[in-house]
Design a protein around this ligand. Sequence first.
Ligand code: PGA
Length: 260
Amino acid sequence: MRKPLVVANWKMNLDLKSGPTLARDVADGWSRLDGHAQVDVVVCPPATMLTSVAQAISGTGVAVGAQDAYFEASGAFTGEVSAAMVRDAGATYLIVGHSERRHTIGHLEDDRTINLKLRAAQNAGLLPILCVGETLGERRAEQTLDVLTFQLTAGLVGARLKGTGDLVVAYEPVWAIGTGLNATAEQAQEAHRHLRQELRRLIGPLADDIRILYGGSLKSDNAESLLAQPEVDGGLVGGASLKAESFLGIIRAAIGTRAK
Ligand code: PGA
């Protein structure tokens, strides 16, 4: 049985005072929930806050992740930080291929770059969270499942895939991110089932141990139905992770679905 995982993606928000405070509030609140140990929790602050957030929640059981890292180990790459550097700063997870990096920010990351970042994360001892998802145009053109197959397959070329410690996948439909428009439980389940099948094709029965998270306008009031889907193993949360109470509501929903 897969242990649910709920990940906060703070994106480019908060500061050195509010970030560690929020992380501490999340860790405190989570530790008080009945059955809290049945769910893994991760917070992903901006790079400048990694160390202070990691220190603030050290020993609590809540882990820290980074939102991005460059694939080269070191060198003349102005403005970038490496996977080993974010590991050094206290991260143990790394978000890879987030849709804002694929579609919105500056140079627009392609699948080859994302694959190199995923492998760099593994080499640095980080657990990569590989984000995949279709745009609205792709969904309307009925290309969703093909896009997911391509992004998953391309993202995992040459990756080490031996168990839960090597990979987390996040299904994040681009049209649902930050829009207030979440996928329905049926749409999420269909996409997750497809990703599971594709993982089986790639790595065999071990695919059943890999957690596949849903992300895209996940909130405490829609988390229950989405997280209750059999192939949905937790969530990647943007907007609703910026307040302890709303993020804890999603964690609570994840604990509630544990019996599925
Ligand atoms: P959202 O973001 O919850 O604000 O839609 C999710 C994400 O980008 O991971």
